[in-house]
Design a protein around this ligand. Structure first.
Ligand code: FCB
Length: 454
């Protein structure tokens, strides 16, 4: 496998981007806060991680980066890098330990202080309401398989935004419906770890329904800058065999077109619908108007490409079950190929076919790298090369007139990478998971230099 490119500094400059272009970093609640602190309720990630075999070394987010206690220093790191925006999420179980009913005031107060802390430092708060922690009490009644949970989610969205909504730069209802749906209920790789097509087909609809309900509730509260974050891979056939072309088309429909079409046009990808319609909830058509109510922006998470071949679908399978890892490009520690061109191609395709003039943001992009702390420094030149190559794609998109407004690095600091535990380091800042000490990496310093130049 070719080695990852390395470079000591960015070649793109801040002044090449529009003045009002936003550079930020992203995190999520369960991955950094520490779910054992502050009266947080149990989420399905706590129970999934407690089940042997689900997470590497049975690690969990009980302590994570202890951001719950160290948030002030963490926000200082955001500010000192010159980043003017921070994408964070609120944990449903921290705010409502039973998913509904009594509020954990300490949890809500925590987010309130966090938002004020950002504003004091000149950092714009970008909230995501659901970055994957379904309260266990609601998972017990079926989680996203149960339509009633969509109403409870809209209630939760209102509790959070009533308190924080006056100070937020933007609100996303969901992070990555594809992962919530297929990765978690069909591949079984993430909580709740199901492998069931009926479950996934219901979730594929109920998450958009919940998005629509929360959106309408927040609109009624007068809130602005409401959107959703979807994830994309650049998906193409590995070869020109008809079976590969067909499998790639379906994989691409599931991954890239299902939620995008539902949210922006009120139409699910027809070729995918043909396959899963028998498993969808009755009367789903009646929800499409609410699902596709106008949003103010869309977030795009992009990391890699996938090459699909006919072997990914066994005869009789409804959907291809394997993704990626077949190409010859350099790969990150996630075993993901580095393919910056895919970002540019997707931005153009999304704009041309779905979003038109709707403002877009890259809400996640970054790499897991074999970072090592040696004599107090981490020389992660691979991360600089990776980010720089994707910045170039962002710049080219802007030059083509695509309304791309922001770019958030995943992630501010190393954290709990879900089923892969603490091994996969995505941060600009290194975290020692024994001492919890933070050390800015070479990429942090390089980015800071890039952002301070005008
Ligand atoms: C995305 C998730 C994020 C992180 C990155 C690496 O799918 O949204 O939490 O795990 O991948």
């Amino acid at each position: 496998m070719p080695a990852l490119p390395r470079q000591p500094a960015f070649t793109t400059t801040r002044s090449q981007f529009p003045e009002d272009f936003v550079f930020g970093s992203s995190t999520s609640a369960y991955q950094i806060e520490g779910s054992s602190f502050g009266g947080c309720g149990s989420s399905h990630w706590d129970t999934f991680a407690a089940t042997p075999g689900n997470v590497v070394r049975s690690e969990n987010g009980a302590i994570a980066c202890d951001h719950y206690h160290r948030w002030q220093g963490d926000l200082d790191l955001v500010r000192d890098a010159g980043l003017k925006a921070y994408r964070f999420s609120t944990s449903w179980a921290r705010v409502l330990p039973e998913g509904r009913g009594p509020v954990n005031q300490e949890g809500l107060d925590f987010y309130d202080k966090l938002v004020d802390g950002m504003l004091e430092r000149g950092i714009a708060p970008h909230l995501t309401l659901y970055h994957w922690e379904m309260p266990s009490a609601l998972e017990s009644i079926g989680g996203w398989r149960n339509r009633d949970v969509t109403d409870l989610y809209a209630d939760y969205a209102q509790v959070v935004t009533k308190r924080l909504g006056d100070r937020l730069a933007s609100i996303a209802t969901f992070n990555e419906p594809w992962c919530i749906t297929w990765y978690s209920h069909y591949y079984g790789a993430h909580a709740p770890g199901l492998r069931d097509i009926r479950a996934s087909s219901r979730v594929a609809h109920h998450v958009p329904v919940a998005h629509g309900k929360a959106l309408s509730a927040m609109r009624a509260m007068g809130l602005e800058n409401l959107g959703i974050v979807l994830n994309f891979e650049h998906i193409s056939p590995l070869d020109d065999k008809p079976g590969s072309i067909k499998a790639a088309k379906i994989a691409e429909g599931i991954y890239n077109r299902w939620f995008l079409g539902g949210i922006t046009k009120g139409e699910y990808a027809a070729d995918v619908l043909d396959l899963i319609e028998p498993h969808m909830p009755n009367g789903w058509q009646e929800d499409m108007a609410s699902i596709s109510a106008p949003i103010d922006w869309m977030g795009i998470n992009y990391y890699t490409r996938a090459l699909i071949s006919e072997g990914d679908t066994q005869p009789g399978d409804v959907l291809p079950v394997q993704l990626g890892n077949k190409g010859a490009l350099p790969r990150t520690e996630m075993d993901w190929e580095v393919y910056p061109e895919g970002l540019g191609a997707l931005l153009e395709w999304i704009r041309d076919n779905y979003t038109g003039e709707l403002p877009l943001a890259i809400t996640e992009n970054g790499l897991a790298n074999k970072d090592q702390l040696i004599n107090g420094t981490v020389d992660d030149q691979e991360r600089i090369a990776y980010l720089d190559a994707h910045f170039k794609q962002a710049l080219a998109a802007i030059e083509k007139g695509i309304p791309l407004k922001a770019y958030f690095v995943w992630s501010l600091m190393d954290n709990f990478e879900w089923a892969l535990g603490y091994d996969k380091r995505f941060g600009l800042v290194h975290v020692d998971f024994d001492s919890l000490k933070r050390t800015p990496k070479a990429s942090y310093h390089a980015l800071k230099a890039m952002l301070s130049e005008r």
